[in-house]
Design a protein around this ligand. Structure first.
Ligand code: 9UX
Length: 69
């Protein structure tokens, strides 16, 4: 497992936090996902043989937020 932290713009409430967590958790190869509203970031543990950071960025942007890698 590998860990990455992605900064996110546009999360304003816990519903946004839930949305980001849900879309990232759906990606195969992803383990734990922790989203912080106050730090405006997501911490993702993943298997680098299965998933990659660009997939996370894409999923977060598709959900309506801006991902800063
Ligand atoms: Mo809160 Mo966020 O009502 O996508 S869910 S602003």
């Amino acid at each position: 497992m590998q860990t990455t932290i992605i900064n996110i713009k546009g999360m304003t409430c816990m519903g946004c936090v839930r949305s980001v967590k849900n879309v990232v958790e759906k990606i195969s190869g992803v383990g734990s996902v922790e989203v912080s509203l106050e730090n405006a970031q997501v911490t993702i543990q993943f298997d680098a043989a299965i998933a990659c950071v660009d997939q996370f960025r894409q999923a977060i942007e598709d959900a309506g937020f801006e991902a800063i890698i």
